[in-house]
Design a binder for this molecule. Structure first.
Ligand code: C2E
Ligand code: CA
Ligand code: CA
Ligand code: CA
Length: 278
């Protein structure tokens, strides 16, 4: 309520008060939004090297009753700090499973996959595996069509716990991709220890194509590494035809970026799929 909220912020330094009260207001609003199930998936197309849609990455949006549709930049950081990010992730996963199950029922969409972003908090939550398996069972979604995007940094928090978690999920068919790959400045030895399926080349390298020769070298190295470890490679942030052809030349097989499609709400994505098929 308003009064207990004001009590909370009275204890802070007055110069900090405005920033703090803004944060707390946002935090309370995220809690309300979670209750009202206002967090919805947007779908950004992923394609193979012959231009067929293989599926989409799920990107969270907040369908806010006053402010319209909000991107993660507005709420992710506060949600993380407030311990609410895992609830947003769970709402995305539940909706992703429902969507996969719906697609499975139609021959044209049965093979589509969905990649969902996971926060470190959620991966390490004790009942995470059980909850996700429940979403899959309840919806009837094929676990092989679900890919979880993890970042190097969240894995390095507690590598042995992460490995155990991932193997547990992998036993049920769930797949894994390393997001923002190449930006973690970490040792690569962990790649051998994890049950991975895909490396996702960070968009900062793709953006610099074709002029920047060091980005080109890094992408080449990632593709070679993936090849020798028998992992798929997907490039994200592909915005130009030139970048796309450069990546094709490097034998990158999967693509995502504004060149092909922006993140979109379900109805628009369904329309995009039909237009892309013909
Ligand atoms: P990310 O996982 O690295 O997602 C890629 C971001 O790049 C998305 O921003 C996407 O809209 C944007 N993008 C895609 N293609 C292009 C392109 O061609 N050019 C450019 N400039 N940008 C492109 P978005 O949707 O604002 O999401 C930002 C970040 O928020 C994500 O980065 C991810 O870290 C986080 N996020 C989004 N949804 C979720 C979620 O459900 N759970 C968690 N934990 N994090 C999420
Ligand atoms: Ca991602
Ligand atoms: Ca990324
Ligand atoms: Ca990122």
């Amino acid at each position: 309520s308003k009064s207990s909220f004001e009590e909370k912020i009275r204890f802070f330094d007055p110069t900090m008060q405005e920033a703090v009260s803004k944060r707390l207001l946002l935090e309370e609003d995220i809690r309300r939004g979670l209750q009202a199930e206002e967090f919805i998936p947007y779908f950004q197309p992923q394609l193979n090297d012959i231009g067929q849609a293989t599926g989409a990455e799920v990107l969270a949006r907040w369908a806010h009753p006053q402010h319209g549709v909000l991107a993660p930049g507005v709420f992710i950081e506060v949600a993380e700090q407030a311990g609410l990010i895992e609830q947003i992730d769970l709402q995305m996963l539940r909706q992703a499973c429902q969507q996969l199950a719906a697609w499975q029922r139609e021959p044209d969409t049965a093979a589509l996959t969905l990649a969902v972003n996971l926060s470190a908090r959620l991966l390490y939550l004790p009942n995470f595996v059980a909850t996700l398996l429940e979403f899959l069972t309840q919806s009837g979604a094929d676990p092989y069509r679900l890919k979880l995007e993890l970042t190097e940094t969240m894995l390095l928090d507690d590598m042995s716990a992460a490995i155990a978690r991932m193997h547990e999920l992998r036993e049920h068919g769930i797949r894994f991709s390393i997001d923002d790959f190449g930006t973690g400045y970490s040792s690569l030895s962990y790649l051998q220890k994890l049950p991975l399926d895909q490396l996702k080349i960070d968009q900062s390298f793709v953006r610099e194509l074709p002029e920047n020769s060091s980005s080109l070298a890094i992408i080449k190295a990632i593709c070679a590494l993936a090849d020798s470890l028998q992992l798929e490679v997907i490039a994200e942030g592909v915005e130009t035809e030139q970048q796309y052809h450069e990546l094709l030349d490097l034998d990158c097989r999967y693509f995502q970026g504004y060149l092909f499609g922006r993140p979109m709400p379900l109805a628009e994505f369904s329309h995009w799929l039909r237009a892309n098929q013909t």
